[in-house]
Design a protein around this ligand. Structure first.
Ligand code: ATP
Ligand code: MG
Length: 246
């Protein structure tokens, strides 16, 4: 069972879009996949058009069990929902004296039967994201190819480095360049910079594609909403890449 987070402290870089569509691609490829939403915006369930019942907040606070919170969104694709109730769970974690970074790991300890567990995270450095870094083994970092994209990334990677001292297994699997536009010079320049920083960990781009921004409004992933779009092609490629394990 591979445990992977989509994470970047910067907002709006396509963490949720990557999580939902790579997850959908894996599920369509026959991999049993669970999406866990750590964001109080609760966009994962909304993007897939499923009703969020009891979710991660109730699980973390001991008000619901693992069996209660896994919602089947599609064949092979399950969700543990996030949403506003997570603020209470975060307050609870912040008040703990000990092992506060392991609350998520303990809550998900008995999870079985998935090939992939993908975590969507909030654009912040909060207690849930710290918990996330203590649970997952691999990080996928979406970076948008726009001005200021690299701002804050050094700071973010420094924090990841700090956690890696306690968690040797934690590794950055890849950087996913998002909102790529071949016609825009800025996009190419940022990509060049990223190649210099991460020569071995840069994955293929996700191109700018309006279908990707429309799909969540219809409660559909990109392979349902527009399977011939460039967005579907890009996410199919990324899902395949992830499944291959490199
Ligand atoms: N390749 C793309 N082309 C066009 N629009 C996109 C693309 N990827 C994502 N979007 C849209 O951009 C917006 C931001 O994406 P998304 O919500 O996935 O980012 P995020 O990193 O999860 O944001 P947040 O930090 O708020 O959680 C959304 O409206 C999404 O539909
Ligand atoms: Mg998001």
């Amino acid at each position: 069972m591979r445990k992977i987070a989509f994470i970047n402290a910067k907002g709006g870089v396509a963490k949720t879009t990557c999580c939902v569509n790579i997850g959908a691609g894996l599920a369509l490829g026959g991999y049993r996949t669970l999406l866990v939403d750590l964001d109080s915006q609760g966009q994962v369930t909304k993007s897939l058009g499923v009703q969020a019942g009891e979710g991660l907040a109730e699980l973390l606070q001991g008000d619901a069990g693992l069996g209660d919170v896994q919602i089947e969104a599609r064949e092979n694709l399950f969700v543990i929902s996030g949403g506003g109730a997570l603020s209470g769970a975060k307050r609870m974690i912040s008040r703990m004296d000990m092992r506060s970074e392991l609350v998520l790991s303990e809550a998900l300890e008995n999870l079985r039967g998935y090939d992939f567990v993908l975590l969507d995270t909030a654009p912040s450095w909060d207690v849930l994201n710290v918990n996330c870094l203590f649970y997952v083994d691999e990080l996928l970092i979406p970076v948008s190819m726009e001005a200021l994209a690299l701002q804050g990334i050094g700071d973010f990677l420094g924090r990841v480095d700090q956690v890696q001292r306690y968690r040797e297994g934690l590794r950055i699997l890849s950087i996913i360049p998002t909102f790529c536009d071949g016609r825009v010079r800025k996009s190419a320049e940022i990509l060049e910079q990223l190649k210099r920083y991460f020569p071995d960990a840069l994955w293929p781009c996700v191109r700018y594609n309006s279908k990707l921004s429309e799909a969540p409004g219809f409660g559909q992933h990109i392979f349902e909403y527009s399977k011939r779009s460039t967005g579907a092609a890009d996410y199919a490629r990324l899902a395949e890449r992830l499944a291959k394990g490199t």
